[in-house]
Design a protein around this ligand. Structure first.
Ligand code: DON
Length: 315
């Protein structure tokens, strides 16, 4: 459909212009090797149609986008009651790797999208699900068995993990950790180090947009309730302390990762995957806001847009 191609190409041009204002992540040294001028955008519609522009086949580490997979698996396995007994569902208004609010304002992490919440979720999973099983699930969701651990990035993060280790010990002191600090950090960091592409993220997002159904086969890959929970928390917390403004101007549940990935779910319409390792000061892809705002407006994808011109494709 021409409208979609035009919107995609325009958003790519707009996004490209923003890249010079950001920087690649350096606190995980291996991530500093990325090319900050890379950009790829992939759309995966609910009817299985795909649209791609730019670096959509480049491999990069999924980083914090893995938090949504961990959360889905934890809810599936333990039920939402047990998960949210240990992790909150409120925006923190602090940076993704903050521990200040955990130390001074609350006895459990604010939400599962920030590091403290995600490390708590990892501690629930590590004794019950293997990293290999998690990888297989991600491969199945993305239809891509080349999604494997990026050992260089994993080792690089594990060698620079002091801040997450501090968070984990603080969680342990508050009785939140369900397994040992080291094994939980290893599990969490391995999940962050899975190599994906923008195309992979678009397909994963499409499955969330369809409440867990594979757009190509009709198979249920994820149960409905966890997908609803994850989309809700992505909308309120997925862009950390930039989540409110992003929800206002873009209005599409989105999760970012410091590897440059972005996974956006235009509910019941399409999944969007972006790769752009140039990051803003909050650790979100620099191009996220201009790209997503343009797509949202051009295609009427805001969560409160009841009709979109692309809906006629699905009739
Ligand atoms: O734990 C960390 O700091 C990284 N492995 C992931 C952080 C991240 O992706 C934040 N996102 N924008």
């Amino acid at each position: 459909m021409e409208l979609i191609e035009t919107a995609l190409n325009q958003s790519f041009e707009i996004g490209k212009k923003s890249l010079k204002f950001g920087e690649v992540a350096t606190y995980i040294p291996e991530l500093a090797k990325a090319d900050k001028y890379s950009l790829g955008i992939s759309l995966y519609l609910k009817n299985g149609a795909t649209f791609n522009v730019g670096d959509v086949d480049t491999r990069f580490t999924i980083q914090s986008i893995s938090k949504i997979i961990n959360l889905i698996v934890a809810i599936n396995r333990f039920g939402e009651g047990r998960v949210f007994d240990k992790v909150g569902a409120e925006p923190s208004g602090e940076a993704f790797n903050s521990l200040i609010e955990l130390d001074t304002r609350h006895n459990k992490p604010f939400n599962p999208m920030i590091n403290s919440g995600a490390i708590a979720v990892a501690s629930m999973l590590v004794k019950h699900v293997s990293f290999e099983d998690m990888t297989e699930l991600v491969q199945k969701i993305c239809h891509d068995d080349e999604i494997v651990l990026n050992e260089e990035v994993y080792n690089s993060e594990m060698a620079n993990i002091s801040r997450n280790r501090s968070i984990a010990y603080l969680l342990e002191s508050k009785g939140i950790m369900q397994a040992g600090v080291e094994e939980s950090l290893e599990f969490y960091t391995k999940m962050c180090s899975l190599n994906v592409t923008a195309k992979n993220l678009a397909r994963m997002a499409a499955i969330l947009a369809l409440d867990g159904i594979d757009p190509d086969t009709g198979e249920e890959l994820v149960a409905t309730r966890p997908t609803e929970i994850v989309k809700t928390i992505m909308l309120t917390c997925g862009m950390y302390d930039g989540s409110g403004e992003f929800a206002l101007n873009v209005g599409i549940p989105t999760k970012s990762g410091v590897g440059g990935g972005l996974l956006s779910v235009a509910d019941n319409r399409m999944g969007i995957g972006v790769y752009g390792p140039s990051l803003d000061s909050k650790g979100n892809c620099m191009a996220a806001r201009p790209v997503m705002e343009h797509l949202s407006r051009a295609l009427k994808l805001h969560i409160f847009d009841q009709t979109s011109p692309i809906d006629e494709l699905f009739e």
